[in-house]
Design a protein around this ligand. Structure first.
Ligand SMILES: *[C@@H]1O[C@H](CO)[C@@H](O)[C@H](O)[C@H]1NC(C)=O
Ligand SMILES: *[C@@H]1O[C@H](CO)[C@@H](O)[C@H](O)[C@H]1NC(C)=O
Ligand SMILES: *[C@@H]1O[C@H](CO)[C@@H](O)[C@H](O)[C@H]1NC(C)=O
Ligand SMILES: *[C@@H]1O[C@H](CO)[C@@H](O)[C@H](O)[C@H]1NC(C)=O
Ligand SMILES: *[C@@H]1O[C@H](CO)[C@@H](O)[C@H](O)[C@H]1NC(C)=O
Ligand SMILES: *[C@@H]1O[C@H](CO)[C@@H](O)[C@H](O)[C@H]1NC(C)=O
Ligand SMILES: *[C@@H]1O[C@H](CO)[C@@H](O)[C@H](O)[C@H]1NC(C)=O
Length: 624
């Protein structure tokens, strides 16, 4: 509750531009923590765990010294489904650095490192590779720059069958809208995944905060790179203050430019090689400052920058371009890489040595289109209505990342709305015991539904008749009862309808029976009492509930009358017999007189009414 209030305050206070002097929005979560945590050295606040879709809190082993010093994590066993997420709401619209640190469960039964995939807003940004927990610092987290526009952010972890995803921390840190503006494409549809960020010649790997960097930089982690290769260079570092550092929109810390690697006489080129995924586009950011005392002015150090052998920048003169000695220069370029390596070369053309302070490499990802919101909501209603087992997961987006769609839902890209839609549901033989909610009709693009072989009960939702394109509807071998909705007759595309093996009763809608006979295959057998088409029994007269009650009441009245009549008849017959027995002994007027008396009473009551008289005259005849 309190955390939520804080969240609200945070989202208000951070909806300002950096120039207004307000702090950027920052949400940090210590996964698995029951209380908020503050960590040294900057007294950073980590909120206690919230916004997760499932999983189990546990004690953590932090795999690297750069992992935040947190004691807990949350892991997601496969029994809770292949995808689990954190969905954080009330995030102001903006540009964010999103970072996830991975952890290891501190229990002997979790002996191997888990391998899994990470997605942000439906776009896969990272795939853990084996050895991540015991190799270099950069592999213990995933990070990406993403535009968030709909007030929330979803981070999902996708199982790949190698252990349970385990998450130590989540950070959602606002950066400038123009941060890493590599060109006109930067915007909502683009995600920049951090592939590498190195600080050349730095003595230590560090976060931006430790450099007292501006927080609008998103607390970047700079991995120290002591050398590009043996004897090829030497590190340089100074204390001199650097001009033009820590500027909008990227706010690079001054400290970044106070160290550098400089090439040596025996190897004038500086060459940095990075393993990358092939056939991707990369955005490369290079940082320079002339901090070498041997260079005192323009024209003394000039070099070309080549990327995979092609010249990206020609005749770079740091002093000239930055305007001074000890002044920061940032260059960026975008390259398409078709091989598996990316090589950045600084090749001197004037003076013998090249110099570089830092290198950042981002993979440019196109953000995936999500699934139509209405359809996501309908699937969530289905999930709870049908009582989908936990193992299905069904968290995050149904169709993206495309590498990890929900099982049981078939996706189709709708080019008109540029969203994913659901065109098939295949949940046959899954032991479902719930009911089929009416909301299924919100899945307007369904062509095929197979729910065969479950124990789904209740009525067939009449709304199914509004899914115009439905071709296959297999609800066989369930416990559906009630009658088949008339609306199914509206499904003109229906080719296959299997309702066999249920408890359905009543008349098969004539539209189905008539029309479908010719074009479609259908099966209504093995139900409680369907009728009305060839092969099934013929139906009785179609009666409303009122009519049925009427008939039942009428029956009761008739029975009552019959009982009364037979009692009276028996009585009368008894009297006559007795009278006969008495008159056999002597003259006995008693019985006859009584008969006449009864008749007189009837006559008197209906006196003057012809119809009544007829009835009255019939009355005694009933008795006799
Ligand atoms: C985590 O460790 C603490 C001691 O540091 C222990 O009391 C607690 O039971 C552990 N929790 C789990 C889930 O193992
Ligand atoms: C794991 O937990 C045990 C106690 O349960 C603790 O002694 C040990 O330091 C923990 N290991 C790590 C790496 O945190
Ligand atoms: C990055 O480079 C492009 C041209 O390639 C340029 O338009 C853009 O301004 C540069 N971005 C920054 C922040 O320097
Ligand atoms: C790389 O960028 C080019 C030009 O913008 C584009 O045509 C291509 O589709 C991109 N490739 C990938 C893999 O994103
Ligand atoms: C639905 O699933 C069942 C069981 O897996 C299968 O036998 C049946 O052929 C499927 N129905 C259709 C229409 O494909
Ligand atoms: C269907 O079965 C449920 C019990 O599962 C019952 O409550 C309901 O009245 C039945 N509906 C019809 C129309 O028979
Ligand atoms: C219809 O379903 C019954 C079982 O309920 C099955 O025996 C029969 O073969 C099915 N008919 C067709 C035409 O598929």
């Amino acid at each position: 509750m309190f955390a939520h209030l804080l969240l609200l305050l945070l989202s208000f206070s951070s909806a300002f531009s950096p120039t207004s002097g307000h702090a950027p929005y920052a949400m940090r979560i210590s996964c698995g923590a029951r209380e908020n945590v503050h960590t040294a050295p900057t007294n950073t606040l980590w909120y206690k765990d919230f916004a997760y879709t499932g999983g189990i809190p546990a004690n953590a082993t932090t795999p690297s010294f750069i992992s935040p010093p947190l004691k807990t994590l949350r892991y997601f066993p496969l029994s809770e489904g292949p995808e689990n997420c954190y969905i954080i709401n009330r995030v102001p619209k903006g540009h964010y650095s999103v970072r996830v640190f991975f952890g290891l469960v501190n229990e002997s039964s979790f002996d191997s490192e888990p391998l899994f995939d990470v997605s942000v807003e439906g776009t896969q940004i990272y795939s853990l590779s084996s050895g991540w927990s015991n190799s270099d610092n950069e592999q213990v987290f995933a990070e990406a720059l993403v535009f968030l526009t709909d007030g929330s952010v979803s981070l999902c972890f996708h199982s790949t069958g190698h252990g349970d995803p385990a998450i130590l921390s989540i950070e959602i840190l606002q950066v400038d809208d123009k941060a890493y503006n590599f060109g006109p494409q930067l915007g909502q549809g683009i995600i920049l995944r951090t592939a590498r960020r190195v600080s050349c010649g730095a003595k230590q790997s560090k976060f931006g905060v430790d450099y007292s960097g501006n927080h609008w930089g998103g607390d970047r982690f700079w991995n120290s790179l002591p050398t590009f290769g043996q004897n090829s260079d030497h590190p340089l570092s100074v204390e001199t203050s650097i001009k033009q550092a820590s500027k909008s929109p990227n706010f690079y810390p001054e400290g970044l430019y106070q160290s550098a690697l400089v090439s040596t006489d025996n190897q004038p080129d500086l060459e940095y090689t990075l393993d990358v995924d092939p056939n991707r586009n990369y955005s490369i950011w290079l940082h320079f400052a002339e901090i070498d005392q041997s260079v005192t002015g323009v024209g003394q150090r000039v070099f070309d920058i080549l990327i995979n052998g092609h010249i990206a920048f020609k005749d770079v003169d740091i002093v000239k371009m930055s305007g001074d000695l000890y002044s920061a220069l940032v260059l960026n370029t975008t390259v398409a890489v078709d091989g598996r390596t990316l090589t950045i070369t600084m090749h001197p053309t004037k003076g013998n040595h090249a110099i570089v302070s830092a290198i950042e490499v981002f993979e440019i990802l196109l953000a995936e289109s999500k699934t139509l919101l209405n359809e996501v909501r309908a699937l969530q209603k289905l999930k709870s209505g049908l009582g989908l087992p936990l193992r299905f997961g069904w968290n995050g987006d149904p169709c993206v990342p495309q590498q990890h769609p929900w099982s049981g839902a078939d996706c189709l890209f709708d080019s008109s709305s540029r969203k994913w839609v659901i065109d098939g549901l295949g949940l046959d033989n899954q032991g479902l015991r719930g009911f089929l909610p009416n909301d299924i009709s919100q899945l307007r693009h369904l062509q095929s539904i197979n729910l065969s072989g479950n124990r789904i009960h209740g009525v067939i939702p009449p709304s199914l008749g509004s899914i115009a394109g439905l071709e296959i509807l297999d609800l066989s071998y369930n416990s559906f009862n009630g009658s088949i909705p008339e609306s199914l007759g509206l499904l003109t595309s229906l080719r296959k309808l299997s309702l066999n093996g249920n408890s359905l009763s009543g008349r098969v809608p004539s539209a189905l029976g008539g029309r479908l006979l010719h074009r479609a295959s259908f099966n209504f057998t093995d139900n409680a009492g369907l009728c009305g088409i060839p092969g099934l029994r013929t139906c009785g007269p179609h009666l409303s509930v009122g009519a049925k009650i009427g008939i039942a009441l009428g029956g009761c009245v008739a029975l009552l009358v019959l009982v009364i009549c037979s009692i009276c008849w028996c009585k009368r017959r008894e009297n006559i017999l007795r009278a006969q027995r008495i008159s056999a002994a002597r003259e006995a007027p008693y019985a006859k007189a009584r008969t006449h008396f009864a008749r007189d009473v009837q006559m008197g009551r209906f006196h003057g009414h012809d119809n009544a008289r007829t009835a009255a005259e019939n009355g005694p005849s009933l008795l006799s």
